[in-house]
Structure formats: structure tokens, C-alpha cells
Design a protein around this ligand. Structure first.
Ligand code: SF4
Length: 476
């Protein structure tokens, strides 16, 4: 037991088989996971014995919101959900508001296919998750915080509810948190599943009891968020990083990563790779190292054909991008994005038209239905990809009519006289034009991600798409 606390062992771990999970992913520890592991406990008294809740007590009793955000600012913490937005700035914006009511939301409902770190983190150390949420709420001055989980996290919800009950019994949560006289309530909220339910404004709508459609921005949630109050929304890994920074200090935190992307990130590596799993690596680690050094290369000795470095919502990269550093700006410069660190490896001999069609189906099926260009565009993209050989026929535009659920009226795609927006365009340009049309026409980033995704497949694998379209054959 002591050995476990002193020296985390990379690889398969056993915290009572990670709290009863059927399988535990291969896991490579870095500083954040090692810290969580060193205080992973089976009860609150064991967690307290290992130093647990000391940081939350310090944050809520002895530190101001400014002091906490200043530490995060010095550490250079950037959100781990995709955008890489500076966490200190987000928290500062909420903390400066004079609103009487503010909220803090920890989002563990990522919904990204290939992403599996949230479950691991929640099971590894539920009390540390709760402590991190208390720190975040204290920093922004929120009296109410939510931990949002997807519906299939039943075991994780039970673990967190038990931890919350124990914390309440110890007076860490409630009307007099840590004996400071400050009220702090934390709720474990079981949300809807699916990708869009994890979008920050959609989950606020769900908590408010409404249909989970994303809201248009602005206003940003930091100004008008949950119940119209200023709200800080951060994903689970970001919140745990903030706790870690308060614990070890910004200098130690900056020992990993790059000047513009300090710290580490937990990568969920999956697809055609020999050793899929969770890898906590410094930001700035080359993509090549993650796949070939840590993940032990592509399956069956095949060569690499493509990578989705930020999950299926990121633009596809080819082998020429293997030396790109895994960080926010470097991946953006390479034409893709880091997302939430969900890296999917694709081996040679994989049909990229097939992959693109699967990805496009995901976008079509997960569109929430609020904005017509998103609904119509993602639907038509799937139809066109499924019938590349008929791309020049007019009927391909009519095959996928907009579903009637949308609230918006579309006036451009279906032009007067029964003509369609893409009628006069031929070949793969038809898909390109369509995607350009719906790219920025949604209330959330989803339609942009959908369009960017298919555009990246078409740009990188043009010959393969043309082979399907012209010859109806697949070289792969
Ligand atoms: S862009 Fe798509 S997913 Fe986002 S709100 Fe509009 S319809 Fe919904």
C-alpha cells in the first residue's frame, strides 16, 4: 500500500480494480495522475489522512478569488476541452461580476467518441474531483456548483454521490463550508448523453430543465450563464489541473509543457494502435512520440495513414504531420486542433471515404436540430458521400431533405424554382460548396466542426475520393 502511494506504476493499475470497473485502460502517469493516485482513497478519512481537502480549505478560508486566479495565470493554465482558453481569465471574469448569484460547472460529459479519460479520473479519485470543484467555486465566488455526468456513468455517479455525502457530513459542503460561514452547495447532475449535451450552453439549458439545445453566443456564459447568472464552465481535466496548481505552485507546474501551453495533458489514444490507453504527457510532445514511442506504433506493422488528433471533430492529418507538437497553437497551425486530447490512429489500407462517411454520419446523427443549415448540411453530406458515383445527378440534392424539426427557415439551399444550392456544381466541389455553406451557420461550433472535418478529408485524400467517384472502386 505504501509502495503504491510513493511510486505510481505506469500501466494497468488496481485501485480495487479501479473501483469495480470491468476493464482498466493502459495508463501512463505524469505529474497530475501521480498526484491523484497518491491521494486516491477508499474513504474521506483516508483521503484527509493523505492531505486531502487541505487545498480546498486554504482556498476557501485564506485565499481571495484574485489570489487563486493569479496562481492559475502564472501557471498559464489553458482549458483542456479544446479551445485552450485561459482558465484564469474565465474565472476572473466571473469572480469580478457583482451578481448575487454565480455558478460553477465542472463538465465531465464530453461525449467525444474515443474519449475515455473522464471515467478514469472520476473513479481514480472522487474526493479530489470534489475538492477541485470546491476550489473552482470558491475562486469565482459561486455558492452553487454542478458536476455534470452523462447518463451511462452510473458507477461514477455513485462514487461521487458517496464522496459528496461524506464531504457534507464533514462540513466541507453546505451552509457553513469549512466553518467559514460561506455557503457552498455541490450537485451531481446526470445529464443526457451525446456530443451536443456536453456543449457548455446546452448543458446549462438541460440543468434549467429545458431542451438541451446550445445557445447562440454572445452573451458568453461568464456574463449570462446558468439561470442568466455569471457561470464558469470547465471540463474535468481543467478543474483537476487548477487544484494541482494551487497545490504545487505555478513554477513546478511550468516544469512540463511549453511556454504557451504549460503542463501536461491526458491523451486518450485509440484506433489502429498497438497499445491504446491513457497517456499523460507534457504538452508539446510530438505526435510521433505519442503514437510510436508510447503507443508502440500502428497495428500489424502497418504504416500510418492518418490521425485525428483531437477526436472525430478535428481535421484529419496525414503522416507528414507526425512531428507536430501536441499543443493548442501548433496543431492549429498544422490545420487541425487539440480538442480534448482524443487521438485516433488510422492505418494504411483503411478506406478514407468510409471513415469520412462514418464521421459525417456522427455529425448528422448528433446535430441537435436547432439550426437548419446544420441539420440540412450534415444530412446532405452523408447522402453525397454514400453515393459518390451519383454526385453529378440532380437527384442527389433532393435525396436528403431537411428534417422538419428545425426552427429556422432556410432560404438559400432550397432556392426558388426547385433548384438546389449545389445544383450547378459538379464532382467533389459539390460537397465542398455545401460544407462551406453550413460551416459558420450554426448557433454552436458543431456545424463548423462538421464542415471542417469533411473539408479536411476531401483535401488530404482527393485521389481516393475521385477513385470512388469516377471508378466506383477503392484502392485501399
Ligand atoms: S449548429 Fe447544429 S448542433 Fe449546434 S445548435 Fe445548431 S443545429 Fe444544434
Amino acid at each position: 500500500m505504501e509502495m503504491r502511494k510513493q511510486m505510481p506504476i505506469p500501466g494497468r493499475i488496481k485501485l480495487e480494480k479501479l473501483r469495480g470497473s470491468e476493464s482498466v485502460p493502459y495508463t501512463q502517469f505524469g505529474p497530475l495522475l501521480s498526484d491523484l493516485w497518491s491521494s486516491a482513497a477508499s474513504s474521506i478519512s483516508e483521503y484527509i489522512h493523505l492531505g486531502g481537502y487541505a487545498i480546498a480549505r486554504r482556498a476557501i478560508s485564506d485565499m481571495t478569488g484574485d489570489e487563486i486566479t493569479s496562481l492559475l495565470d502564472k501557471a498559464g493554465l489553458r482549458g483542456r476541452a479544446g479551445g485552450g482558453y485561459p482558465t484564469a481569465h474565465k474565472w476572473w471574469l466571473v469572480s469580478q461580476s457583482r451578481a448575487l448569484e454565480k455558478y460553477f460547472i465542472c463538465n465531465a460529459n464530453a461525449g467525444q467518441p474515443g474519449g475515455f479519460k473522464e471515467q478514469f479520473l472520476l473513479k481514480l479519485n472522487p474526493h479530489a474531483v470534489l475538492e477541485a470543484i470546491i476550489i473552482g467555486a470558491a475562486a469565482v465566488g459561486a455558492q452553487t456548483a454542478f458536476l455534470v455526468l452523462p447518463p451511462h456513468f452510473a458507477l461514477e455517479a455513485r462514487l461521487l454521490e458517496t464522496a459528496l455525502r461524506e464531504a457534507r457530513e464533514h462540513g466541507y459542503v453546505g451552509g457553513n463550508a469549512f466553518g467559514t460561514g460561506k455557503a457552498l452547495e455541490v450537485h451531481v447532475y446526470k445529464s443526457l448523453g451525446g456530443y451536443i449535451a456536453g456543449e457548455e450552453t446546452a448543458l446549462m439549458e438541460l440543468i434549467e430543465g429545458k431542451v438541451g439545445h446550445p445557445r447562440g453566443k454572445p452573451p458568453l456564459p461568464t456574463a449570462v450563464g446558468l439561470f442568466n447568472a455569471p457561470t464558469a464552465v470547465n471540463n474535468l481535466e481543467t478543474v483537476l489541473n487548477a487544484r494541482y496548481i494551487i497545490k504545487v505552485g505555478p513554477e513546478q507546474y511550468r516544469q512540463h509543457g511549453t511556454p504557451y501551453a504549460p503542463g501536461t495533458m491526458i491523451f486518450s489514444l485509440s484506433g489502429h494502435v498497438n497499445r491504446p490507453g491513457l497517456y499523460e504527457l507534457p504538452l508539446g510532445t510530438p505526435l510521433r512520440d505519442l503514437i510510436f514511442k508510447h503507443g508502440q506504433g500502428v497495428v500489424d506493422g502497418l504504416s500510418l495513414k492518418a490521425v485525428l488528433p483531437g477526436g472525430i471533430s478535428s481535421a484529419v492529418l496525414g503522416p507528414e504531420s507526425l512531428d507536430v507538437e501536441l499543443a493548442f497553437d501548433t496543431l492549429h497551425d498544422a490545420g487541425s486542433d487539440l480538442g480534448s486530447g482524443t487521438v485516433i490512429v488510422i492505418a494504411e489500407r483503411t478506406c478514407m471515404v468510409d471513415v469520412a462517411t462514418h464521421v459525417s454520419r456522427f455529425f448528422r446523427d448528433n446535430s441537435c436540430g436547432k439550426c437548419q443549415p446544420c441539420v440540412d448540411g450534415t444530412g446532405r453530406t452523408v447522402t453525397m458521400l454514400s453515393r459518390l458515383d451519383r454526385l453529378n445527378e440532380k437527384s442527389i440534392d433532393l435525396a436528403e431533405r431537411a428534417r422538419p424539426s428545425s426552427r429556422r427557415t432556410l432560404t438559400v439551399i432550397n432556392a426558388p424554382g426547385g433548384l438546389s444550392y449545389t445544383d450547378t456544381i459538379e464532382g467533389l466541389d459539390k460537397i465542398r460548396h455545401l460544407s462551406e455553406f453550413y460551416k459558420y451557420r450554426g448557433d454552436c461550433h458543431y456545424s463548423t466542426e462538421a464542415a471542417t472535418s469533411i473539408q479536411s478529408f476531401l483535401a488530404r485524400f482527393t485521389e481516393e475520393f475521385e477513385c470512388h467517384r469516377v471508378n466506383s472502386t477503392c484502392d485501399a
